[in-house]
Design a protein around this ligand. Structure first.
Ligand code: HEC
Ligand code: HEC
Ligand code: HEC
Ligand code: HEC
Length: 438
């Protein structure tokens, strides 16, 4: 799986932040708020964000436009809808031109309603500044007056709080997992769309450092202006947000695949797609008595939430485990039972979400790592989806703990996940075992 190859460079390029409080603001996503999106051309002037080189005049680098066009895959998100792969996907689905199909544009462009597109706005700009930072209608003219305009003023004028872990999780997941209004369905995947995998902290760092220069500079000046969540807090916030959003989608009636199952893209792909020559099934505690031969839901972030709970809220672990077993067992009953079980697990995870504070995570990284490894030792990473989440967690934690012996083992661990079709749970378990006593 190519995602893993791309995640690895983080080991070399890691820039560790400091722990700080992050406030969860309840706010509308950029694509949903009422503000007009003015278009990239409104941001790209050389004295604004279109400088060819990073500047030091203000805290802001001012070359974000160049970084975005040259190094950020989001600037190519619309363009890929014209490539051969997209043409094949669209032809197989019978949805016409991918560049014009709402099924694709929701995630591959800043797809706001026509009435909210300013003069310079172009759909062809892809996932552009305002897709993440919010429609600039009310803040474009004022946001750079750092003497008189505060961060709070900008947020009040519709700028999206991308620095908040909770708000960022919601933003990135809206495209990297999907939502009720836009989703990369199993049918799209069967037509050729890549499988989606995500972890907030890993993907933020991966994205931020993709170019020759980062999208933003995390220095003292930046920290004075903004709260920066720690890596472990960002990770925890992302994992629980992912798990809860998945459960909302599973519980949603809109997500029935022809009434037989909830949407198949929410299942573990390898539950169905694997060789018939070997029998890999074995009873997993978390699957309860569901037994062999049942497709199971992709529970990678649910499993990692168990590790998170055991480190920061141990009294939730039993309940979480019971709700997870129930979700899997419900697969043998009916779509309705699956929905009910999804809603119940969603509720328990809501309590875990409430327990997530920067202070609860701060300094707890060694305990978290121990919990992730312990769950692995109990045989929980038998499926690729959980192993992938475990790897991203271990990588983040090893870098946070800053233990060179651990960090040195990350490459082999990551390499063992390069090909999801050849994933070996035994090999992964051995490598994890090695991490316990570096
Ligand atoms: C829920 C959001 C979502 C929807 C809907 C969606 N995509 Fe994607 N697509 C993504 C994301 C996210 C990626 C990047 C995956 C990764 O690398 O982690 C992607 C990747 C791709 C790629 C591979 C790009 C590359 O650089 O290799 C193609 C091609 C693609 N999408 C085409 C389409 C087409 C065609 C449609 C409509 C039928 C569509 N997508 C619908 C989110 C979406
Ligand atoms: C995929 C989402 C995304 C896109 C697209 C994006 N940004 Fe950002 N941007 C972020 C995140 C996340 C941060 C870091 C959190 C923060 O500072 O709020 C950030 C930070 C920034 C900062 C703050 C730096 C600081 O020191 O305060 C600026 C300025 C910025 N982006 C400008 C732009 C411009 C201009 C574009 C378009 C050319 C753009 N961004 C496109 C997500 C995005
Ligand atoms: C409006 C939808 C949208 C939003 C919001 C969004 N992304 Fe993406 N992202 C995409 C699409 C589509 C691609 C694939 C683009 C391509 O391959 O050309 C992508 C690609 C990426 C990649 C490259 C993946 C790879 O396998 O190379 C990273 C990393 C990434 N996004 C991180 C983020 C982060 C972090 C956020 C939140 C700050 C975010 N994205 C928000 C749609 C989105
Ligand atoms: C409940 C079982 C099930 C699950 C879970 C499942 N699939 Fe499928 N998949 C199928 C079936 C059935 C087909 C159709 C096979 C055919 O048309 O011959 C299919 C077809 C495909 C194909 C096309 C294969 C081909 O040879 O044409 C791809 C690619 C694919 N699925 C990817 C995925 C991904 C990625 C996931 C996980 C996100 C996934 N599937 C989850 C049952 C499943």
């Amino acid at each position: 799986m190519s995602t893993m190859n791309k995640i690895l460079p983080r080991v070399a390029g890691a820039l560790l932040g400091v722990a700080a409080a992050a406030t969860a603001l309840s706010t509308e996503l950029p694509a949903q708020s009422e503000f007009t999106h003015l278009g990239v051309a409104s941001c790209a002037a050389s004295q604004c964000h279109g400088s060819a080189i990073p500047r030091d005049a203000t805290g802001v680098l001012q070359n974000e436009y160049v970084t975005w066009t040259q190094a950020d895959p989001h600037s190519k998100a619309y363009e890929v809808l014209s490539n051969e792969q997209s043409q094949r996907i669209a032809a197989r689905l019978g949805i016409g031109n991918a560049r014009e199909a709402s099924e694709c544009l929701g995630c591959h462009a800043d797809y706001v309603p026509a009435a909210q597109r300013g003069d310079k706005f172009q759909l062809a700009d892809g996932v552009a500044c305002e897709a993440c930072h919010g429609g600039a209608e009310q803040w474009l003219a004022s946001h750079y007056n750092s003497g008189s305009v505060t961060r709070a003023d900008n947020l009040a004028a519709g700028m999206y709080p991308t620095n908040s872990a909770a708000a960022r999780a919601e933003l990135c997941l809206s495209c990297h997992l999907g939502s009720e209004s836009k989703f990369a369905t199993h049918r799209m995947m069967a037509a050729g769309h890549p499988r989606l995998a995500f972890e907030l902290d890993t993907f933020t760092e991966l994205w931020r450092t993709l170019g020759r220069q980062p999208h933003f500079r995390e220095d003292d000046e930046y920290r004075q202006r903004k709260e920066i969540p720690s890596h472990s807090f960002t990770w925890a916030t992302g994992v629980v947000a992912d798990a809860r959003l998945r459960l909302e989608l599973i519980a949603s009636r809109q997500f029935d695949a022809a009434g037989i199952f909830p949407e198949l893209a929410l299942y573990d792909c390898h539950a169905c797609h694997r060789s018939m020559k070997t029998v890999q099934w074995r009873p997993l505690p978390r699957h309860g008595n569901a037994g062999p031969g049942l497709p199971f839901i992709n529970d990678g972030t649910f499993v990692i939430s168990l590790a998170l709970a055991s480190a920061i809220q141990p009294d939730l672990v039993d309940e979480l485990q019971a709700a997870l077993r129930e979700l899997h067992a419900s697969g043998a009953e009916s779509v309705t039972s699956i929905r009910v079980a999804a809603a119940a697990l969603h509720k328990v995870l809501g309590r875990l979400q409430q327990a997530l504070t920067p202070a609860a995570l701060r300094g707890n990284e060694p305990q978290l790592l121990a919990a992730v490894l312990k769950i692995g030792a109990a045989g929980n990473y038998i499926d690729y989806a959980s192993a992938e989440q475990a790897f991203m967690a271990v990588q983040m934690l090893a870098l946070e703990i800053d233990d060179p012996a651990l960090v040195a083992q990350l490459e082999a661990l990551g390499n063992s996940l390069n090909d999801d079709e050849r994933y070996s749970p035994a090999q992964f378990a051995r490598l994890l075992e090695g991490l316990r006593e570096p």
